[in-house]
Design a protein around this ligand. Structure first.
Ligand code: FPP
Length: 238
């Protein structure tokens, strides 16, 4: 049994990954611009990181912009890029005080240099003993991640196997997620961490992301804990 599957049996997940879906529908249902949904989506992300930290979850990964999201209307993409840059500028000041170490994963080569500079500045904030480590996936795709790991192994002349690829994935320094939460009612992985989610518990909820509260996180954590306990009983009765 791997280290991560042993950990997955404990009540509090070590790593929670979230597909934050439903910003657009939240706004459209109210006759408001999708941009408002995204702005409130950032507030929801802040709330959930705080709640996760308070509950002792050491790692959280948020899917903020997929490679496929580049195909959204140009106007929406530029709204999102401006929102990301603004949020990073704002958050940067509070990272140390809140004990949050933030890192980005994904292919950022197509992002504006100004946004990449904000990302570097956020990553440069020194949080030596973080209460929570936040990964924000931007320009990320699970297939891209596996391909870039294979390409690195090839360039280094290393044989491609499970160990060599796992060591070169974007999140090789972080335990695999124990729990994936997707809001917004869809039941898909949508090219998120295809490799790293291999053993994760998948929790799909109808709540739209801007409505997601600490209580919704608690409900997902409760569901996770019950699932683990059920598996324990089956294992014990054998
Ligand atoms: C999902 O809703 C939202 C996105 C893909 C956009 C980015 C996410 C945020 C702004 C929230 C948090 C951001 C950070 C930086 C942590 P959707 O537009 O796919 O909604 P829909 O399915 O209702 O259209």
């Amino acid at each position: 049994m791997t280290d991560s599957s042993e950990q997955a049996r404990s009540a509090v997940p070590r790593h929670v990954a979230i597909i934050m879906d439903g910003n657009g529908r939240w706004a459209q249902a109210r006759g408001r611009p999708r941009a408002l949904g995204h702005r409130l989506g950032v507030q929801a992300a802040r709330r959930v990181v705080q709640a996760a930290s308070d509950r002792g979850i050491p790692y959280i990964t948020l899917f903020a912009f997929s490679q496929e999201n580049w195909y959204r209307p140009e106007r929406e993409v530029s709204v999102l890029m401006r929102l990301f840059a603004r949020s990073m500028r704002r958050e940067r000041a509070d990272l140390q005080r809140n004990g949050v170490r933030m890192r980005f994963i994904g292919d950022t080569s197509a992002f504006a240099e100004s946004l990449r500079a904000e990302m570097r500045a956020v990553e440069a904030v020194d949080v030596p003993e973080p209460r929570i480590q936040v990964r924000v996936a931007l320009g990320y795709g699970g297939k891209w991640d596996i391909c870039q790991a294979a390409e690195r192994a090839r360039q280094e002349g290393v044989a491609i196997d499970e160990e060599s690829l796992a060591a070169r994935l974007s999140m090789s320094d972080v335990p695999d997620p124990d729990l994936l939460i997707r809001t917004g009612g869809e039941q898909r992985i949508s090219n998120f961490m295809l490799w790293q989610l291999a053993y994760a518990e998948l929790c799909f909820v109808d709540t739209l992301w801007p409505d997601f509260e600490a209580s919704d996180l608690d409900a997902a954590l409760g569901w996770f804990a019950r699932r683990q306990r059920r598996f324990g009983r089956v294992a014990e009765s054998r």
